[in-house]
Design a protein around this ligand. Structure first.
Ligand code: EPU
Length: 428
């Protein structure tokens, strides 16, 4: 078990390069199951969620090879049994994507109910509804979902709510179905467009990704290609906010500024300078940080995956900020940890009220999920004194080499092994 030890209070300076997008990569790696030839993915982030996806593929008989750093080749033709090992599926939310891809290829899929970050109840009813529209049945047996169909027939899928995972699974299951599928009230996140671009480059016929109506004409064969995954908008946003919270000056490279618009707009609102270039953004702070209010929304609104980091920054601003995040039930779990660092935040259900106090002080804290962990690291970087962030395995699910990237920006952050005796104390 490891933790990060951060000596804070130093503005971040310099350049950082953003890795491939976690939420695009987990979908695209799972989608290699649909490819009828070997394919190669570039800009694959080196994070534990991707390691799990690759283990799932290998365990089912696929050949997965790291060609060089961030470049991985996949040959999934050897998969014969459409069943994801139970423990691997349970360790990650994105394992649900194997339901869509295995169903799309084999018309049969057996996958454990997913795990991942505990953000409250995360049902998959909309995914199952989409599969049912295509003609698949499902049953729940011993904690596993079994989906199966004689054949999948294109149909109309109407989502009752905006679901990223449901939209991705509906695309994957219908890309080789017979005839036309129309997905209405589809999610519009950049990773959905990236998945559609990947599948279209292989020969799929998907139109409208990035809008709320996606039309998919089923095809029977997908050819092998080499494809580069888009940069991670949330990793980029996290470094933007880290630069702002430490009152630094950072150039964030390998980004698509359009994907960062909602984050850029909010940072400008709180007095941060953001300069957009073609493939980079520069973030610097020259004056005080100002209060603001925000509500998380599906893309192109402000992303829930940036709420903990942004709220943390607002504890350093002047005045009262109000944050509403109702996309998941449980996205304010980091607040009690932040209070240990002197933050003044009260939470009532899905609304947090932050009384900005201008500073934080270092403390031992525990990450409760991926973005909570990122928020606590930002808090530690901005705080006076020493912060120890435990449970960093959550952070490693989605941030490639975060300690090394921050060290490159001048941060004093170290990875330290937690001695066995401390484990006992922590779990007692
Ligand atoms: N929902 C349902 N039924 C469903 C599906 C979703 O009720 O069948 C609800 C959820 O419980 C939630 C809302 O709909 O309240 C939105 O869920 P969505 O399906 O959009 O989320 P997801 O696919 O489970 C992905 C990302 C999350 C990100 C959300 C929202 C991946 C692997 N995960 O989750 O990323 O927060 O979309 O943008 O893409 C993260 O990266 O830290 C992370 C949690």
């Amino acid at each position: 078990m490891e933790k990060f030890v951060i000596h804070g209070g130093k503005p971040l300076h310099g350049e950082v390069t953003i890795s491939g997008a976690k939420n695009a990569a987990v979908a695209i790696v799972a989608a290699t199951i649909l490819c009828d030839e070997p394919c190669v993915l570039e800009n694959v982030p080196e994070i534990s969620d991707i390691t799990i996806c690759m283990k799932i593929l290998s365990s089912m008989g696929a050949k997965v090879k790291l060609e060089k750093r961030n470049v991985v080749s996949f040959d999934t033709r050897g998969i014969t049994k459409p069943e994801v090992p139970y423990e691997l599926a349970r360790s990650m939310r994105a394992s649900t994507y194997f339901l869509g891809t295995l169903l799309g290829r084999f018309h049969d899929a057996l996958v454990a109910m997913p795990g991942g970050c505990d953000l409250g109840d995360r049902p998959i009813d909309q995914h199952l509804k989409a599969f049912a529209s295509l003609g698949a049945k499902h049953e729940l047996k011993n904690g596993q979902v079994h989906c199966y169909a004689d054949e999948l027939i294109g149909s109309q899928i109407y989502f009752d709510l905006n679901t990223v995972g449901g939209t991705i699974n509906a695309i994957m299951a219908s890309v080789k179905a017979k005839g036309m599928t129309i997905i209405e009230n589809a999610a519009k996140e950049p990773h959905i467009v990236d998945l559609a671009n990947f599948l279209n480059s292989m020969g799929a016929d998907i139109r409208g990704a990035g809008t709320d109506v996606i039309k998919i004409r089923g095809v029977s064969y997908l050819k092998g290609i080499t494809y580069g995954i888009i940069p991670d908008q949330i990793e980029a946003g996290t470094y933007m906010v880290a630069a702002a919270a430490t009152k630094g000056d950072v150039i964030i490279k390998n980004v698509i500024p359009k994907h960062l618009e909602s984050i850029t707009a909010k940072l400008r609102k709180v007095g941060v300078t953001v300069i957009e270039n073609d493939e980079s953004v520069q973030v610097k702070v020259e004056g005080p940080l100002l209060k603001t209010s925000l509500k998380t929304m599906p893309h192109p609104g402000f992303p829930t995956d940036m709420q903990p980091q942004f709220s943390t920054m607002l504890t350093l601003a002047e005045g009262t900020s109000i944050i509403t995040d109702d996309i998941f039930d449980n996205r304010f779990k980091y607040v009690s940890e932040l209070r240990r660092m002197g933050a003044d935040i009260s939470v009532d259900g899905t609304v947090a009220v932050i009384q900005g106090k201008g500073s934080l002080q270092g403390a031992p804290v525990v990450a409760t999920d991926l973005r909570a962990g990122a928020a606590l690291i930002i808090a530690g970087l901005a705080a006076h004194g020493t912060t120890e962030v435990e449970n960093i395995h959550f952070v490693e699910r989605g941030y490639e080499c975060i300690d090394k990237k921050l060290q490159g920006l001048g941060a004093d952050i170290k990875r330290v092994i937690v001695p066995e005796i401390d484990h006992v104390r922590m779990s007692g």
